[in-house]
Design a protein around this ligand. Structure first.
Ligand code: FES
Length: 186
């Protein structure tokens, strides 16, 4: 036998109170979940599209920067914490060497030797008074930055130094690595 469902307006009967209304069926719930998923994926796609309009820019500290006048630097080594650099002065000549370990980037520490030591680096004998040790995984570098122990794969980087024409300050250029024989004479 066919059952016929009539609306309350058609029958003229009053609507049941809210508490007596039938519970949503499983199908109704699934319909609502489906609509929710569509809305969520549309919002996600919209966000992805808007994000793609904004360029990915990595803001890094400037590669070329003034580090002060030559008189600022005493004889020997000076560590510049902000740029993680050692500046070496020998009378009128200057060199810049990175303090960034070439293994995983920790900051190496300068170790002053109790007595000068003679070491052989690339076939050349060299007297050194200091070394650089990395506290993270034990890499060690001779005084000229050459790695000799631990996992460091290469020497500490050296960078070009210049003097500005306008105010005579030293300028280090981190985009220009130089070899260990580079010296700036002022
Ligand atoms: S970061 Fe220097 S030894 Fe690993």
């Amino acid at each position: 036998m066919k059952s016929l469902k009539l609306s309350h307006e058609a029958t003229g009967l009053p609507e049941p109170p809210p508490g007596d209304r039938p519970l949503p069926t499983r199908r109704t719930l699934l319909d609502k979940l489906g609509i929710g998923a569509i809305v969520a994926s549309t919002v996600g796609l919209g966000y992805g599209f808007l994000r793609s309009l904004v360029p990915n820019v990595l803001y890094e500290p400037p590669r070329r920067s003034k580090i002060g006048s030559p008189e600022r630097f005493p004889e020997g080594a000076t560590y510049l914490e902000e740029s993680r650099l050692f500046i070496f002065r020998d009378q009128r000549t200057f060199q810049a060497m990175s303090a960034v370990c070439t293994h995983l980037g920790c900051t190496v520490k300068m170790v002053t030797l109790n007595q000068p030591q003679t070491v052989e680096v690339r076939g050349q004998r060299m007297q050194e008074q200091r070394e650089f040790h990395c506290p993270c995984h034990g890499s060690k570098y001779y005084g000229d930055g050459t790695n000799y122990a631990g996992p460091a794969p290469r020497p500490l980087a050296r960078y070009r130094l210049d003097v500005t024409a306008d105010d005579g300050q030293l300028v280090v250029d981190l985009s220009q690595p130089v070899d260990r024989n580079f010296r700036l004479t002022v």
